[in-house]
Design a protein around this ligand. Sequence first.
Ligand SMILES: Cc1ncc(COP(=O)(O)O)c(C=O)c1O
Length: 390
Amino acid sequence: MSQPASAQRLSRVQQPVIPVMGELISQTPGTLSLGQGMVSWGPPDQVRSAAAAALADPGASLDRYGPVAGNPELRHALKQWLQKEHQLDLSCSELLITAGSNMAFNALVQVLCDPGDELILPVPYYFNHEMAIRLAGGIPIAVHAGVIPDPQQLAAAITPRTRAIVTISPNNPSGAVLPREVLEAINRLCADHGLLHISDEAYALFGYGSSAMWSPGSAAGSGAHTVTLGSLSKSHGMAGWRIGWAVVPPALMADLAKVQDTILIHPPHLNQRAALAALEAGGDWCRQRIATLLPRRQQVLKALQRANAPWQLACQPDGAFYALLQLQSSLSSDQAMERLIREHQVALVSCSSFGLESCWLRLSYGMLAEADLAEALKRLMGGLEQLALG
Ligand SMILES: Cc1ncc(COP(=O)(O)O)c(C=O)c1O
């Protein structure tokens, strides 16, 4: 008897790399992870008390369906947050609250893509962007335009089927903070060609270097062709609470609501209560915690800046909590990830899933405290030296 089969397009969707790495780690007890992109802190205290209070209050309306785009209280607070902390111009934009910003991106590509429509992804891209586009029947156009993408190279990739250009700043996986003039040029390109500029700002508050983070959605009037994606996952240590958002041109809102209504109906009430409490803790709460990453970043940079090392950094990692390195080795990224875990008990993420060929690995310093980080880096240095040999 023939078996039910998945649709053909699923065969073109990559295997998510984080669970693959997680499985290798669970098979290798004692592994220290510089892999998954999470922070070590949890949410502000008031998040748990707000959630507990909502659970204890029979009048809290947790049990019934709510507004598709999110509850009015959270929408109001989030708009204020986006204006104050991210300087967004919301005068011609709408806000959709979702279960994490991955869901916002997914909803967006569902709305943008007819089969064969294209979205331009500068390499390295974020793997879930590429996956979501394929799931929607679209075509991700991976453009090798440099770690700081050259707008002219992106312009050369535009075709009649192009719907959007996606940027990520601060960047996953490179940690690069894209200069304002580059983002402005990409934003202009999108306006001129009738495209959307989708700016993924999951790490918006995470900057350490001299180049300040700039949001394309802060330019006056850019709301008509700009989408800003954001999330509480990193800044507030709330990855598991699944609250994110998209700031979108109003013209897309009715169709986005169709997708949201079909997939989620609305973000869970309890999590929205928690998110409201998280925003009330204020931006300084986040900045104080993000500042604790500074010495860890220094620790990583110091370890990696070794003379005659068989690896090199893609760029100065001035944002997020990543560093992207290329190892001189005949191994593939996937092989290097596996061997680092199995033979050296240290995990980095393979970057084939980010669209990079040859041996690229992403290091995340968001999770480990100083002593564990020192040990992980020691293992990594030894591991990389060995892998470089073959
Ligand atoms: C660039 C980028 N965008 C989006 C996400 C997903 O965030 P969320 O938890 O809000 O879905 C991540 C998570 O690692 C990310 O790195």
